[in-house]
Design a protein. Sequence first.
Length: 296
Amino acid sequence: MPSYLHELLLLLFRNRSASAADLLRKLDAQLPEYDEVRTESSDLSDLRPAEYRADLVLFLVRASRKMLGVIVEVQLGYDEDKPYAWPAYIANLRARHRCPVCLLVITIEDAVARWAGRSIELGPGTQCKPWVVGPSNTPMVTELQDARENVELAVLSAIEYGQSSDIPLVARIASAAILASADIDAERSRLYLDAILISLLANAPEAVEATMNSLGYEYQSDFARRYFGQGKAEGWMEGRMEGRVEITLKLLALRFGPLPDATQTRVRSAQDAQVDAIAERLLTAQTLEEALGSLY
């Protein structure tokens, strides 16, 4: 099952499909002229072979003609099957639509980016090389005006650079993304804020306090005040877990509506692994019962 972060990253490209072209251009890919970016089926199977399904398929279109197909894959870890599947994705899409095709891989770890960016040897003299975006080459969105012009890219920048040891830089990028997200519709705004905070809490918890301080934000909840007010390791871990639980509850309510008190109590009393499992199921589950799993 796709992970929670995997689905959040894909959501950025589903909500603004032009972001894929923006990233390819930043990587110096030579793109054709186009009028629009169109999302199409991600089923890349032939009629008979086993199913191949990419994360997302986009087309750069000019005057109703498909100029370039872009396969977007979010890759959070190593997968030795992908060097065999990715060339099949490209070949099937190219044959089906009779246009050039490229593969754009989104990662959040430099080691995975290096692995994914290797040339795939198909045979003598034949190679396939993906375009790869990771922490070392994601556009750094630090200015609010730039973030407002492309909110999804700003959020991606905040997630990618959330692992940096440069806390002032992380806070600056996160602040721009958070402020830009406040100007869009409420549902996207809440989801993007949660994506940024979840990423920072997982990778650079110190940056959360720096970010909120730079925005003049005062924490309202007990868990947040305890999380940032205690210097002891036990307070750190306790607050971090409570933060993840509260964010998970917020996202469950966003997805499925107000939660019964009994459901909130069960989630707050769940073990770490159970909360992680709920977060992973949250965006793909069709019902609250499916998202909660054994806790329901």
